[in-house]
Design a binder for this molecule. Structure first.
Ligand SMILES: [Fe+2]
Ligand SMILES: [Fe+2]
Length: 295
């Protein structure tokens, strides 16, 4: 049986281009985020992200999942700069983007907010969610938990409409024999992040996952490596993996890393590669199979 390889990176928080902030944003959430960015610019480093992308490209994955927070304030210039970065990575059909809360800070109206990134969201040219992409033996159910929030909050929400469509799609027999991979920005399990950062309708999402099952959930947002799980049908366990920010420096709390997820039938092996203090480039940090944690 051949192996299908999906690379997972998250939260690049690309450096804001000049003009990403305008004085009309004074007293908005974007201003507060700009203040936060002044603190974070030492944490998120473009040279670290460039090294990580080079390492990932050299490994030649079949597909890449980017689980959100490409930007910091979701200004039009940042969203456009993020598109340029996405274009530099390769063919959009090989990359799936699930937007994060930082991508929705003060963006456009609901329906068109991620229109600039349409080719990376799914295959049907639409900007609604979920989007389903079939790649090799994998069906990727791409969700969007990115919503505008009040200052100091970083919560996410899928909403009733998206959840009801996910319910129908995960129950669709078309995808039954494929490896079902669910991607979103916010972690779906309880207590994975602080309350002010959590997915508000996580219980509803878990209910749908417990009803239909899935083989793996990938998320970002926590800026650290998390291995968790949510209940599947009939006592089964669905593994949930989070990866640190792709641009964190080597001396930070959770240095940059990416995961290669090797899928062989229902078997999954994860290879973690990341930056380490006093080492050039990225190196392998470890590898494990998901039966190690769920079996
Ligand atoms: Fe983030
Ligand atoms: Fe986030």
């Amino acid at each position: 049986m051949s192996i299908y390889r999906i690379a997972h990176l998250s939260d690049p928080h690309l450096p804001p281009p000049p003009g990403a902030f305008r004085w009309k944003d004074v007293f908005t959430k974007r201003l507060l985020s700009r203040i936060a960015w002044r603190r974070k610019r030492k944490v998120h480093r473009p040279e670290v992200l460039a090294a990580l992308v080079a390492d990932l490209k050299a490994a030649g994955p079949d597909h890449v999942v980017i689980s959100g927070d490409l930007t910091n304030f979701a200004s039009r210039t940042e969203i456009a700069a993020a598109r340029t970065w996405l274009e530099s990575l390769g063919n959009p059909t090989d990359f799936t983007v699930s937007p994060g809360n930082h991508d929705a800070l003060a963006g456009s109206a609901e329906v068109e907010r991620f229109a600039t990134w349409t080719p990376w969201l799914g295959d049907n040219g639409a900007t609604d969610f979920p989007q389903v992409r079939v790649r090799g033996p994998v069906a990727i159910f791409n969700l969007c938990s990115a919503v505008r929030t009040a200052p100091h909050l970083a919560t996410g929400r899928l909403g009733e409409e998206q959840l009801s469509r996910l319910d129908a799609l995960l129950g669709d027999p078309t995808y039954k024999n494929l490896f079902r991979l669910v991607t979103l920005h916010h972690p779906p399990q309880k207590g994975a992040v602080a309350k002010r950062k959590e997915l508000e309708d996580q219980a509803e999402l878990r209910k749908i996952l417990a009803k239909h099952g899935a083989d793996l959930v990938l998320h970002g947002h926590a800026h650290e490596s998390l291995i968790g799980s949510v209940p599947g049908p009939n006592g089964a366990v669905i593994p949930v993996l989070g990866v640190p920010s792709a641009s964190s420096g080597p001396r930070g709390h959770s240095p940059a890393r990416w995961h290669m997820i090797e899928i062989e039938g229902r078997q999954v092996r994860v290879v973690a590669r990341g930056v380490e203090p006093d080492r050039e480039g990225l190196s392998e940090l470890g590898r494990y199979t998901l039966t190690d944690i769920s079996g």
